[in-house]
Design a binder for this molecule. Structure first.
Ligand code: TNX
Length: 472
């Protein structure tokens, strides 16, 4: 890097009237970028030791071949201060090199390279990069409306292209139970049969879910499965009436916001159910987290709620996993390693911090991708206000494990709807989660975002052409 600076003239990011250079347009913005002069054509992808799988992946996304003609060289090793996800990318006249201490870093270097390629050429220069936060997530609500394996895989690819690394799947809610659990067939055959508005439902077999997990894992995305409890359980109660205190199965729920429901927290059989479900989900999930929801348990009495969450937390620990819960779980006594997902109540955020819990920032008025962009947005909700592309970008997550942008799907029936709400806001969250906060400005970001428009279009993404952004 230092030697490079001697050789090449150093051009800074905001150089006025500088020629277009994709090194200036990267999202998320890297830690350090040096621009050189000119560009180089791409050759083959050459795999260094231990990078054969990554080379195959790089070749497929870059439209190249794995070979030996000096081209894109992937190598493990180099500067260990880049950490488990950082990388160095160097483009000289002779070759493109991606070097990283760990495979994830090579993967992110490949994502950066993808954004640099234009008409088969890459600008000469250097990037040194590593993320600000470990948790860079998005949540997909497959319960209110169901989205199949292929859709979720596409979502994973789009997340990974912007260096996000956690996919939180909201698998169960009042209007749908979306994962098959052996021994409880009605959860899916009945509880998964419909959706908000009464349309067709759907669910993942355990093989489907494994496929999603493996697909995500290959892209360095950890799946965090959520089984929401003790509230938001209409689909479970309707499938097995014994899970409710009165023993009566309610009808299937298809309203957008139904009355609050609760598992019966005082019955021993409820815990047998919860333990069986969590054991099966844990066995399918290599990642270290199980999300147990815990939000909006208005139909559960306060003392019952605490006893329930603490008991479920013990089940989760017994499975060797860490509990993740919406911020309400901070009302209970959290175990070391439990993680709290903040969504709207600052006193619960403080309670989580007082207990030393890790915090994921998902403030509804900034990070909820189901909030309408403005009054004219046809999809989405607005209970937390409108969230323009600028609003979604202009905030700081502060001290936290990281950031996660939830996408609730009450109003989203198709995957095109999902894309319209997620894009382009997701790119802003990716940048908040990855890039240093210093020097951040909407005025500068909106230009880089504009430059991503053609890339999103080329990927076929149904993104919202916000008037705040000067799309080309
Ligand atoms: C609140 S956020 C909910 C969800 C809804 C969402 C809609 C949270 C933990 N609970 O059940 O889908 O608002 O924006």
């Amino acid at each position: 890097m230092r030697r490079w600076a001697l050789v090449a003239a150093l051009v800074v990011f905001a150089a006025p009237a500088a020629a277009a250079n994709p090194l200036r347009d990267l999202i998320p913005k890297p830690l350090e970028v040096r621009l050189g002069h000119g560009s180089v054509a791409l050759g083959d992808v050459v795999a260094g030791p231990g990078t054969a799988g990554l080379a195959k992946y790089a070749a497929s996304v870059l439209g190249l071949h794995v070979g030996t003609t000096p081209g894109v060289l992937l190598s493990l090793g180099g500067d260990s201060s880049l950490g488990s996800e950082g990388y160095a990318l160097s483009v000289t006249r002779a070759r493109v090199g991606i070097t990283a201490p760990r495979p994830a870093g090579i993967f992110y270097g490949i994502q950066t390279l993808r954004q640099l390629v234009s008409a088969g050429r890459v600008p000469i220069g250097e990037v040194r990069d590593r993320p600000r936060y470990a948790w860079r997530g998005a949540m997909l609500d497959v319960a209110r409306h169901f989205f199949g394996v292929r859709d979720v895989e596409r979502f994973v690819d789009l997340m990974a292209a912007y260096k996000l690394n956690r996919l939180h799947l909201h698998l169960t809610d009042d209007q749908g139970w979306r994962i098959a659990i052996a021994g409880w067939p009605r959860l899916t055959s009945h509880g998964g049969s419909t959706a908000v508005g009464g349309g067709r439902g759907g669910w993942y077999t355990q093989a489907d879910y494994r496929r999603i997990v493996a697909y995500a894992q290959a892209r360095f995305v950890t799946v965090v499965p959520e089984i929401d409890m003790p509230g938001h359980v209409g689909s479970a109660l309707s499938s097995y009436g014994g899970l409710s205190c009165d023993g009566v199965a309610p009808p299937l729920e298809t309203r957008l916001s139904p009355a609050f429901s609760s598992l019966c927290t005082t019955k021993a059989s409820t815990y047998a159910f919860v333990a069986d479900v969590l054991r099966q989900v844990a066995a399918l999930t290599p990642g270290p987290w199980l999300h147990i929801g815990g939000d909006e348990a208005q139909a559960t009495k306060g003392a019952d709620y605490a006893r329930f969450v603490e008991r479920v937390q013990a089940i989760v620990s017994g499975l060797g996993k860490h509990l993740v819960g919406w911020e309400e779980v901070a009302k209970t006594k959290l175990a070391p390693g439990s993680v709290v997902q903040h969504w709207h109540d600052n006193s619960l955020l403080s309670a989580a911090r007082r207990q030393g819990a890790g915090v994921i920032q998902s403030p509804a008025d900034k990070a909820y991708m189901d909030m309408k962009y403005d009054a004219s947005t046809k999809l989405g909700l607005s209970w937390a206000g409108y969230t323009s592309v600028r609003d979604a970008y202009e905030w700081d997550p502060g001290q936290a494990l990281g950031v996660e942008a939830p996408l609730w799907s009450e109003t989203l029936r198709t995957f095109a709807d999902v894309e319209y709400m997620a894009f382009p806001r997701l790119l802003g969250y990716a940048e908040l989660a990855w890039s240093p906060a210093t020097g951040r400005s909407w005025r500068e970001y909106r230009l880089r975002l504009a430059a991503q428009g053609p890339r999103l279009a080329a990927l076929g993404v149904n993104f919202y052409r916000s008037p705040e952004v000067p799309w080309p």
